[in-house]
Ligand binder design. Structure first.
Ligand code: GDD
Ligand code: MG
Length: 349
């Protein structure tokens, strides 16, 4: 059995972080995001190959995962000539498949038991099975209505507030039969959510829902990107590097005497926290990031190789790689700085 990971989007809502780092490899602590998804797929021994469907900066992603040997998985990369949309991408990547295929949106994190979903798909002899999860506000997702037998009766992508009829949304995880791909036109952008799923319903094909109530998040916005770090630090989602207790610093991080570090937080290797600097809860400091005397980082995510100057404050913000925050500068909640941002001394951002 094969799995297709849809990982070709441009990650526009995560800009500027995704300008030089495609969303599938944005770091979650010290691991590129897709590692967490590959962990889920690896739990299904039946999946003998994972096909990564790519479009945006594909080489960067290939460089990180290689052929998968190091991860104990066989990986194959399929790069679209142009963005084909979520359905076009599945058809293009799954052209030669003849067995049921697992499809995953490349930006969702979950602890789902995929084996149970595959079993349901088989038991119901479904043409497609979709995982649904309840959320408070479905407007950013695909709303999915079901009947009492667990069949999908309606799919409405990005509903307006007055169109919300239930709380179950598309979790971005499917089991599909490749002989349903015939309706997807080749070489043109086509949406699985807006066209393929509605077509299954219109044709009365067996389209089954599997409701999942465990941990689920789409990391595609700065707020959710920050949230997933908090969830892992708080143990709501158990994953490395917090799967063996409350990590504070990786080997090779240097916290000088007189510095204050308050967990939960993560300091990657080579981080330097000078005397008089302070790292507050829910902070994440990437490799080689440096905090000068009097600097304060609180509930913020700072990627590798950044410099936080003397008496500067970074609170609730996300900073890309190689940023320079000048002396006494203040970076406030919700700020998102791209790689190599330079803030001159005393800036307020
Ligand atoms: N290969 C390829 N080609 N991948 C694509 C393309 C494309 O043209 N367009 C999007 N993707 C990938 C993205 O990289 C992402 O992993 C996934 O498809 C979904 O795209 P998003 O842009 O993240 O969609 P969304 O979050 O707004 O909505 C989707 O996910 C929700 C759950 O998180 C929809 O599937 C919703 O129905 C769903 O509720
Ligand atoms: Mg998404």
């Amino acid at each position: 059995m094969k799995a297709i990971l849809l990982a070709g989007g441009k990650g526009t809502r995560l800009r500027p972080l995704t300008l030089h780092t495609p969303k599938p490899i944005v770091p979650i602590f010290n691991r590129p995001f897709l590692h967490y998804q590959l962990d889920v797929l690896r739990q299904v021994p039946e999946i003998d190959e994972v096909i990564l469907s790519l479009n945006y900066q594909p080489r960067r992603i290939e460089e990180v995962f290689g052929d998968g040997t190091a991860l104990g998985l066989k990986l194959r990369y399929v790069v679209e000539p142009q963005p084909l949309g979520t359905a076009g991408a599945v058809k293009y990547a799954g052209e030669q498949l003849d067995d049921s295929v697992v499809v995953f949106n490349g930006d969702v994190l979950t602890q789902i038991d995929l084996r149970a979903v595959i079993a349901l798909h088989r038991e119901r002899k479904a043409r497609a099975t979709i995982v649904l999860t309840p959320v408070e506000n479905p407007t950013a997702y695909g709303l999915v209505e079901t009947d009492t037998f667990g069949n999908v009766t309606r799919f409405l992508e990005k509903p307006k507030p007055d169109e919300i009829t239930c709380d179950t949304i598309n979790a971005g995880i499917y089991v599909l039969e490749p002989d349903t791909f015939d309706r997807i036109p080749a070489d043109t952008s086509w949406s699985i959510e807006r066209s393929y799923f509605p077509s299954l319903i219109e044709r009365g094909e067996t389209f089954v829902a599997s409701i999942y109530r465990g941990y689920w998040i789409d990391i595609g916005t700065p707020a959710k990107y920050m949230q997933v770090h908090r969830d892992i630090m708080d143990g709501r989602f158990v994953a490395p590097p917090f799967d063996h207790g409350p990590v504070i610093s990786a080997d090779g991080a240097r916290i000088e005497d007189g510095a204050t570090v308050e967990g939960p937080c993560f300091l990657d290797e080579g981080v330097v926290v000078k005397a008089g600097a302070r790292v507050g809860p829910y902070s994440v400091l990437g490799r080689l990031t440096h905090l000068e005397d009097g600097a304060r980082v609180d509930g913020a995510i700072v990627w590798a190789n950044s410099w936080i100057g003397r008496d500067a404050v970074v609170s609730g913000a996300t900073l890309g790689r190689n940023c320079h925050v000048g002396r006494s500068a203040v970076v406030g909640a919700g700020a998102v700085l791209g790689d190599k941002t330079v803030l001159t001394d005393f800036t307020k951002a």
